[in-house]
Design a protein around this ligand. Structure first.
Ligand SMILES: C[S@@+](CC[C@H](N)C(=O)[O-])C[C@H]1O[C@@H](n2cnc3c(N)ncnc32)[C@H](O)[C@@H]1O
Length: 349
């Protein structure tokens, strides 16, 4: 039976490049035939699945991943247990362990990108209940069709779309959590993918992303060498450098035999808070900020020693003594209030 896109999909989905709104174009049969961007982009809807993949012509890495999973779609569910059996682990237990990290509550909205055939989707849905929403996205249509069929049997309403995990077709702050497992090692732009996950997640929401990684302490074991030889993805690094500045309470653990990493974090706003302006007690003095921005051109070691001696004799930190000296030299009033550590917090002395 041909499926149709729910009427509210025009509001749900956004342009994958810049999250601008899309409008629904209705076909002759009255169903949504395409989603249209203000820039003239037309995202076709085929059998109820909008194709929101961006860029429209994928690079080599994404083309290869897409072709691979289109090809293995029919046998994916049959053989995936081998990955878990290799390490004498139970698939459902390991997947639930990842879902735990999402810290979900009933009624929330969760995006799973690269959802494959939907093997974690039901485990996410069981935390969301009938009032939650599950958004399932994939690069390869045949696996997404399977995920949709499984999701249709769940109590949680779901929406599916073809999408690249590095260009999420959703509005900013529109979901409570983002989940992905197993594909990110294949992504050509992992940094953009993490940034997108943080963008679409509401402040306080959770992001959980994992994939193969042979940790450095296991690389020279027989198991490490043999597995890295069979599957080069075990050689992929944990993408710590791509974790966004908005990430808070970041954790990384290795699961499934200790050879798959799972990064999880809570999404905050901007970089974390730090008080850079308290007076640091001790001989150097100043604040973290004045030490960073107020560095003088290099002086000779003798001049520095002389300044240190003079400051010590005056009972002042080097910062306060220099600041006063320089301000006195050109007549600028001394506004620096440092004399002692006011809040008891110390820095490098
Ligand atoms: C190993 S499978 C994992 C599937 C599923 N997450 C699971 O745990 O069973 C990797 C999946 O990532 C998808 N994928 C690869 N690159 C992607 C991308 N750039 N955007 C979205 N999905 C991608 C593949 O199509 C494939 O279904």
């Amino acid at each position: 039976m041909t499926q149709t896109l729910p009427p509210d999909s025009g509001q749900l989905f956004r342009h994958p490049l810049d999250a601008s709104p899309l409008t629904a174009a209705t076909g002759d049969d009255g169903t949504i035939a395409a989603l249209l961007g203000a820039d003239g982009s037309r995202f076709a809807v085929d059998d109820g699945i909008p194709d929101l993949i961006w860029p429209r012509t994928l690079g080599e890495a994404e083309r290869t991943a897409q072709a691979t999973y289109e090809e293995v779609a029919d046998v994916y569910d049959k053989y995936i247990h081998l990955t878990f059996d290799t390490f004498n682990t139970d698939e459902t237990t390991e997947r639930r362990r990842m879902v735990d990290r999402l810290a979900l509550s009933p009624g929330q909205t969760v995006l799973e990108f690269g959802c494959g055939t939907g093997r974690t989707s039901a485990l996410i849905a069981e935390r969301l209940g009938a009032h939650g929403t599950l958004l399932l996205q994939e690069l390869a249509r045949p696996v997404l069709v399977q995920a949709r069929a499984k999701a249709a049997k769940l109590a949680t309403p779901s929406h599916v779309a073809l999408a690249n995990g590095s260009y999420l077709p959703l509005a900013d702050n529109s979901v409570d959590a983002v989940f992905h497992f197993g594909g990110i090692n294949m992504f050509s732009d992992i940094g953009r993918c993490f940034a997108e996950a943080a963008r679409v997640t509401k402040p306080g929401g959770r992001v959980v992303i994992g994939d193969e990684n042979m940790p450095v302490w296991l690389r020279d074991t027989e198991m490490g060498r043999v597995l890295m030889n069979s599957n080069h993805h075990y050689r992929c690094p944990v993408p710590f450098e791509h974790i966004p500045v908005e990430a808070r309470d970041v954790a990384c653990e290795w699961i499934i035999g200790g050879v798959f990493y799972v990064i999880s974090f809570t999404v905050g706003e901007g970089a974390p808070y730090a008080d850079l302006d308290f007076q640091i007690p001790g001989r150097r003095g100043g604040t973290h900020r004045t030490r960073y921005y107020g560095q003088l051109e290099g002086v000779t070691p003798e001049a520095k020693r002389h300044a240190q001696d003079q400051a010590a004799r005056a009972g002042m930190s080097l910062h306060a003594w220099l600041d006063r000296l320089i301000r006195t030299a050109d007549g600028t009033p001394d506004t620096d209030t440092e004399t002692e550590d006011k809040n008891g917090k110390g820095g490098g002395r």
